[in-house]
Design a protein around this ligand. Structure first.
Ligand code: CA
Length: 230
């Protein structure tokens, strides 16, 4: 995904008034919003829009929120998307079930909009700091995910869009080993078929730019696994 676009939230809610309130507040909070009224519509929208977050109402007709969450978390292509579930107060046993189905967070109605926004941002920072518009730093490398400017020390570096996404992804968690499969998902998107060796080519290009002024190679190749920063 492009790090410059607004993070996309898919709102799954059957009640029109709730959808409108959520859409209004999410937009005001800097999110792009995609709406779905039913579980089946949500599954289609997830494929089409590749949201960064899913806000899922518990009470839906036909496919319940809980069942939808289970399906999303069972699919390789969707399981990394954070799901925040909304439910009515007084359903404690359901809360446990909600978390068991793999929901990443759980917000009880009535909730304050400020709290909901904060919870969504927490999920987003956890999974996509770059999408949250953060400035990422690792040693002498600075990546501004809002302006797309990259510096190493005093020098501005010019990266292609793929190399930019690769670097910002690696910089989200220095030290973490990213498998090629995970990098494919994060940098190229979940629906695109690309040979994993393509990643090696782009890593090579990224290294070349990072080391262009004689700096050391900050990217570590982990044999049989993938790549890490540091
Ligand atoms: Ca509902």
């Amino acid at each position: 995904m492009s790090p410059s676009r607004k993070p996309v939230v898919l709102v799954v809610e059957d009640e029109a008034a709730q959808r409108e309130i959520l859409q209004y507040n999410l937009r005001a909070g800097g999110f792009a919003v995609v709406l779905a009224e039913t579980g089946n519509e949500a599954l289609l929208k997830v494929e089409e829009e590749q949201p960064d977050l899913i806000l899922l109402d518990w009470m839906l007709p036909n496919v319940s929120g809980i069942e939808l969450c289970r399906q999303l978390k069972a699919r390789r292509r969707t399981r990394a998307i954070p799901v925040v579930m909304l439910s009515a107060r007084g359903e404690e046993p359901d809360r446990v079930r909600g978390l068991e189905t793999g929901a990443d967070d759980y917000v009880v109605k009535p909730y304050s909009m400020a709290e909901l926004m904060a919870r969504l941002r927490t999920q987003l920072r956890r999974t996509h700091p770059a999408a949250a518009g953060a400035t990422l730093e690792y040693r002498d490398i600075v990546v501004d995910c809002e302006t797309h400017r990259v510096r190493r020390g005093d020098r501005a570096l010019h990266l292609g869009p793929t190399e930019f996404r690769l670097l910002s992804t690696l910089m989200e968690k220095p030290g973490r080993v990213w498998s090629r499969e995970l990098l494919l998902d994060r940098v190229w998107g979940r629906d695109i078929y690309i040979d994993t060796r393509t990643i090696d080519v782009h890593i090579g290009r990224l290294r070349k730019v990072l080391m262009s002024d004689g700096g050391d190679d900050p990217i570590r190749t982990v044999r049989g696994s993938g790549y890490a920063l540091g």
